[in-house]
Design a protein around this ligand. Structure first.
Ligand SMILES: Nc1ncnc2c1ncn2[C@@H]1O[C@H](COP(=O)(O)OP(=O)(O)O)[C@@H](O)[C@H]1O
Ligand SMILES: [Mg+2]
Length: 527
């Protein structure tokens, strides 16, 4: 079919027709505007109710204040005065007289209604403005459903000073699509997306934005230049408020958890460097059963011992336990409560276990290292429970985390937790008691530091192997120059025959059956 050429519209000959048209248009515009305002009023009203419920104490006070203030205004006829002054030709005294037939209460009620209308319509328009902004952003980011519609903003929730959570009706757009477009959404908003997850109601998507600008990386050098470590401390990382450090004696134990590649080993290493640098009299024992830590970088520091096998680890833990008991005796004999290294001439002892799950993992009875693992668990258990007063600390890092890996008795005694990204909700729940760690971005070194009931997001300092070597060499030099010294011998060097003896004990233990061991325990208990 041929398209008909539109005939150019000749201007209407009668000016009356034009006038009618303009009038019609005006009426239509007015109707549109009225409709729009009513819709906006509705949206705004629901938003207002939500705000009133959320901040009810503040709202009630504000409402009362508004009530009192408007009452005064009306009582003194300020509103009529204002009308007269603003347009004396329109609001002539005769016209204003008309208002006076209504009672004070009626005036007040109408006045309050007017305020309500203005507030709601403004809120509605604001929400619509934000909604339109989101639609534009989603279209630019290519986030639309099959029909070209974008997700729709349903609500906005301010979580804290820095975090805002937006609730979207996904409109058929899958959660994975949101995640795929995360970078573009971030670029459009100029804010970092902290998490994208499903809302409580079906078809909803919750996006949490974080205004905090976290550096992608912070180096050990950076943090050490920004803040000098207090004695017996280590760096936790960079939070929004600056460098966070932790005094080890306040912990006294720490658990580091997170999925592979999330930055546990790097964090661990920088903690150890910090402790080595800030603690005058420190014995550091590193148990590295999987070689994840490259503990070799620490070998130059004379107050560091590295243990790489299960047997050695158990022997070490035994000696630590023995030392702990000796220290308790010392405390008892001297009527003291806690070991203070400087005063009591006893070194602070830190036992650091990377990939602790290897040490703790429950094994089948028939596994070669069943006995050893069992003993390791018991030792770590007793150390974690009792060593608070003995200035002996356990630092554990683990990827796997459930009750079979770290016994509840151990984890209960650990008050410092560094949770890097967890790849399951369950993992996060075990470490933090909340799902926060499962929602961390993939940035290595980004973690949640939890001590007591305080939780904060930090970027852990990065330290290179060369930097560790350099700093350990410096510590070695300080020992050589007698600027540093230990009060006691390192555990391994105490008495070698004892460790031989331990080997024998261990051998005996391994040759016996499980039931024998329990009998032996029972015997020990009755003795
Ligand atoms: N704090 C950090 N800052 C920057 N990059 C880091 C940080 N921690 C770790 N990384 C990077 O991530 C990689 C894996 O870290 P690692 O500590 O070995 O992880 P995990 O022990 O959790 O498997 C490191 O080789 C490093 O490149
Ligand atoms: Mg590791």
């Amino acid at each position: 079919m041929q398209k008909q050429k539109p005939t150019p519209q000749s201007p209407s000959p009668s000016s009356g027709g034009t006038l009618m048209k303009t009038f019609d248009e005006g009426v239509m515009m007015f109707i549109d505007l009225a409709q729009e305002s009513i819709v906006m009023f509705g949206i705004g009203l629901s938003q207002l109710v939500r705000l009133l419920v959320r901040f009810h104490v503040f709202s009630l006070t504000a409402l009362y204040a508004i009530y009192v203030f408007t009452r005064i205004v009306i009582k003194d006829s300020w509103h009529l005065e204002l009308l007269y002054k603003s347009a004396p030709t329109v609001f002539t005294p005769e016209k204003l007289d008309w208002f006076l037939q209504f009672s004070l209460n009626q005036h007040h009620f109408a006045f309050l209604l007017m305020i309500l209308f203005i507030v709601c319509v403004s809120l509605g328009f604001k929400l619509r403005y934000v909604r339109t902004k989101f639609i534009k952003i989603f279209i630019t980011a290519g986030l639309t459903n099959g029909k070209g519609d974008t997700p729709k903003l349903v609500g906005r929730n301010k979580l804290d000073k820095f975090r805002v959570q937006y609730d979207f009706d996904a409109n058929g757009v899958g959660l994975s699509e949101f995640k795929d477009k995360q970078e573009r959404i971030e670029a459009q908003f100029g804010m970092e997306v902290e998490s994208i997850k499903m809302g409580k109601n079906p078809g909803r998507a919750l996006i949490t934005f974080n205004k905090r600008k976290f550096p992608e990386t912070v180096s050990y050098q950076d943090v050490s230049e920004e803040k000098v470590l207090a004695p017996d401390s280590f760096y936790v990382g960079h939070s929004v408020e600056g460098v966070v450090t932790q005094k080890i004696s306040d912990l006294p134990h720490m658990l580091v958890a997170g999925t592979t590649g999330s930055g546990k080993s790097v964090f661990f290493k920088q903690c150890l460097v910090g402790l080595l640098e800030s603690t005058k009299h420190l014995q550091l024992y590193i148990i590295d059963l999987k070689g994840g830590l490259e503990a070799i970088d620490f070998k130059d520091a004379p107050n560091v011992k590295i243990v790489k096998t299960m047997q050695e680890a158990v022997m070490l833990l035994r000696q630590v336990e023995k030392e702990m008991k000796d220290r308790f005796k010392f405390l008892e004999n001297n009527a003291l409560k806690t070991i203070v290294p400087g005063r009591d001439k006893k070194d602070r002892i830190v036992v650091a276990v990377d990939e602790a799950s290897v040490l703790y993992m429950e094994r089948s009875r028939y596994d070669d290292d069943f006995k050893i693992a069992l003993e390791a668990r018991k030792l770590a258990d007793s150390i974690s429970k009792l060593s608070r007063a003995a200035s002996i600390h356990l630092l554990l890092a683990t990827q796997k985390l459930d009750r079979t890996v770290i016994p509840v008795s151990v984890s209960e005694n650990i008050s410092g937790r560094m949770a890097f990204r967890a790849n399951s909700l369950q993992g996060s729940l075990v470490v933090l008691g909340s799902k926060d760690a499962a929602e961390l971005p993939k940035t290595p070194g980004r973690g949640i530091w939890n001590v007591g009931n305080q939780k904060m997001i930090v970027q852990a300092p990065f330290i290179s192997d060369e930097e560790i070597k350099r700093r350990c060499k410096r510590i070695a030099n300080e020992f050589e120059a007698n600027e540093r010294f230990l009060f006691n011998d390192m555990i391994d060097e105490l008495d070698h025959s004892e460790s031989e003896e331990s080997k024998e004990v261990l051998k005996g233990l391994m040759n016996k059956g499980f039931s024998d061991e329990t009998k032996k325990q029972d015997r020990d208990k009755t003795e």
